[in-house]
Structures are given as C-alpha cells and as structure tokens.
Write a protein that binds this ligand. Structure first.
Ligand SMILES: [Zn+2]
Length: 428
C-alpha cells in the first residue's frame, strides 16, 4: 500500500505540519517529516479536516438508477470530501428489511469511494401504518442505527412513540422528516407574501415546528433519542434550543442550501429551487446560522437529492422536490459560516464529521486527526474560488442550485483509510 506524506497542511486550520499516512492510519504528525518512500501531497495553505460524514444522502439505488447509483453518489461524496454517508431509505424497494439494507451496504463496499451506512425505514414501505423490522435491520450486516421515513413524516404520534421506544434497545435514533401532512397538502414553497404573489401554495413554518415540538416531547417522555432532519425555520431552532435546555436527547441538522439560499429565488419559477422543506426567509437563514454556530443545530447534512432532467426540467408544480448537495457542501458552509466568522475550521470538523459520526455511531469515522487514528481525511484549499459547472459534477444528476455561481474553496484530496479517493481535485 502506498504511503503518503501530506506536506505543510493546517490541521483544523492550525499551524502547518506534515502527516504521514501508512497502512490506513495516520502514522506520524510533525514538521519536517522525511518523504522517504512516500508519495508527497503538497498541503501548503490548505486546511486538513477529518473526512466528512453525511447523515442525510439519497443515493437512489435500488430503483432510481436513472437519478443516481451507489457508485456515482459515492463518487460525488468523495469529491465533496466525504468518507462516509448515510443512505436514506426511500428507495424502490424501500429499505425496510434486512435484505434491502444489506444490499445497499454491499453496493457501497463494492463502490469503495466512501463508506455507505444504510438508513432503515421506520414504517413498512414508508406507509406510516406499521413499524418496519427495526431490530432485524439493526442486527443485519449493515448494522443500522439510524431509522427514517425521510421524504415522509412519521405523522402518527402513536407509531412515532413506538418507534422511539423500540430503538432504545440498541441505542438507535429516529431521524424525523418534520412535515405535518395536512398543513402541507400540495404545498409548493415557503408560505409568505411571495407565495401569494406567485400563486404557489404556501408551506407554513408551523407545519415543521408542530411536529418538532411534538417529537421532542415524545422523545423526552419515553427517554429515547430523536434526530431532527433539515431544520429550516427560526421557530424550529427555538424549539430545539428549548428541548436541549431541558437536557433531552435531541439532535438536529441544517442543510447547506438552507444556510445560503432564500425563498426569493422562487420568483424565477425555476424548479431548481424547489426543495423539501422549502427555502425560507432571510430571517430564517440568519436563525439557522446562529443555531449552527451555538450548537443548537449539531450537524450540517446535505440532503443530497438527485433527480433526472425530466423530473426537474418542467413547470414548478410538476417538478420533483430536491437538489444536489454533496459536492458543494463544504464550499457553501465556508461561505455561510466560516467566511462570515460564525464557525472556525474546528467548528466545521465538529458539525460535518465528529457530530454526525457520533449520532450515527459510526466506527472509524469522525475521529480526531491524531497519530494512530484511521486516515479518513479531507485536504481543502479555502483560498481557491470556482464557478460551479453542473456538467462537471460526479453525480449522475445535474440539479444543483449553484450552477454558474462562484463559490469559495476546493477539495484537493480525500483519503479513505489512507487511500486517496480524490487527488489533485480529481477522482483517484
Ligand atoms: Zn426529508
């Protein structure tokens, strides 16, 4: 196995140093290490972070290989600096049995661009009627710990209570997609002055906040672990802050697009900006940034949601919800959080690697950058600028909301257990 010497990189944005990667681990850290027999990677001016971990990725396989496959989705992940992703369960068939989660897990191992940890569905077929075989998925080779009906809300409070109770046996977590279904029937965009003017059905903040409040109370009542997916409103941040102040076991994520983009983009009627939950107001964006900075929101998760051309390139009402996220996540977080002074690089490591790995209970990921630790790393050039070209993305789909937009930073290299998956900004 090739040995790599990363020369002069700033670990978590600290002082420049060298790192020797050998046999899958960080063998040595220190200035002026010998390059003898090692391949040298120039890290001058670059930030070195632990490999990123995504709690929320849609890889679409099995069933929608026209949108993404495990192979292309993990290529996109590696290009974005990720060494592990959680694959959401809303595939066809749904990942609601040990058989399907093991299939996704195996496909991830074969692809090899990053580790894939399947998320199990909470209810059979995401139908919200009866619990899926959570225990069998937890005991399977895929070792599922995160369960979610993402794309749909577990809206029945009795089912949600049972799910929260059930996963306590193996310290699992229910990741809720908080969307009250009756309040969002045919909803298209954030409810506000603009939705009225555009004639698009509004999606009120309360539809998200009501479920979050209910689920925090349920999680506290049964003493279980709740994770809140893609928080998008200022009121949701307040509720989670309140739940945490009570000492309840609640964690939450924000998506890069909700940290940078607002509902005003819908005025173009371009469905590239159609996403679930919707882009919100500038005040919501500000509240999310503050919540992420002070730790109310634990994690940045991409909600990478690839869709083929025909599902996005149509009128707003008919278009699918969702946008790509893996390859632009770190750049967007730099622009929204680091360049604004809200988060340090150590803070980015916490929100995009340590915390998601803890919540997902992933062995070998989200580890400190230290000697003897697995060499899961991303080398990132924060001084680079680039214009996003949709056609150049590794994802099979093209639905990025940042096409043509200039973003800061560039992933130069990603290492998975000491082996580069990305080198010189290209797939290795
Ligand atoms: Zn969702």
């Amino acid at each position: 196995m090739t040995t790599y010497l990363i020369r002069g990189a700033r670990i978590l944005g600290g002082d420049p140093t060298d790192l020797l990667l050998s046999d899958g681990v960080i063998a040595e850290i220190g200035p002026g290490l010998s390059a003898d027999g090692a391949e040298v990677v120039d890290g001058t001016g670059m930030v070195l972070l632990p490999g990123l971990v995504d709690l929320h990725t849609h890889l679409r396989e099995p069933g929608r290989e026209d949108a993404e496959t495990v192979e292309t989705g993990t290529m996109a992940a590696a290009m974005g600096g990720f060494t592990a992703v959680h694959a959401m369960a809303n595939t066809e068939p749904v990942a609601d049995t040990a058989g399907v989660v093991e299939q996704v897990w195996r496909l991830g191992r074969e692809a090899g661009h990053c580790d894939v940890f399947p998320v199990g569905a909470v209810t059979v077929g995401l139908q919200g009627e009866r619990l899926a075989e959570l225990g069998a998925m937890a005991d399977s080779a895929a070792r599922v710990r995160v369960f979610s009906d993402d794309g749909r809300c577990v809206s029945d409070p009795v089912l949600m209570r049972r799910a929260l109770e059930y996963v306590k046996a193996f310290d699992g977590v229910i990741a809720q997609h908080p969307q009250e279904p009756r309040l969002t029937e045919d909803a298209q965009m954030n409810e506000g002055e603009l939705s009225g003017r555009l004639g698009l059905r509004g999606w009120p903040s309360v539809a998200e906040e009501a479920i979050i409040a209910r689920d925090c109370l349920l999680a506290a009542h049964v003493g279980s672990r709740l994770h809140v997916c893609h928080v998008s409103t200022a009121g949701s941040v307040e509720l989670i802050r309140w739940a945490k102040s009570k000492g309840w076991n609640v964690t939450a994520e924000a998506c890069p697009h909700h940290l940078l983009l607002t509902d005003q983009l819908a005025a173009s009627y371009d469905p590239i900006y159609k996403v679930n939950p919707p882009l919100r107001s500038a005040d919501d964006v500000e509240a999310l940034r503050a919540g992420l900075a002070d730790g109310t929101l634990d994690v940045v998760a991409t909600d990478h949601a690839p869709h083929p051309h025909e599902d996005k390139d149509c009128e707003w009402q008919a278009a699918a919800f969702g946008m790509l996220g893996l390859e632009t996540a770190l750049s967007v977080v730099q622009e929204a959080m680091v360049d604004t002074g809200l988060l340090t690089w150590a803070g980015v490591a916490e929100r995009m690697s340590y915390a998601p790995a803890r919540i997902g209970q992933l062995p070998g990921h989200g580890r400190p950058v230290a000697e003897g630790e697995p060499a899961n790393l991303v080398l990132y050039d924060p001084s680079a600028r680039h214009v996003v070209e949709a056609s150049e993305l590794a994802s099979l789909s093209r639905n990025t909301p940042y096409a043509g937009r200039e973003l800061p930073g560039r992933v130069v290299a990603t290492f998975l257990r000491g082996k580069p998956t990305v080198l010189d900004g290209k797939l290795a």
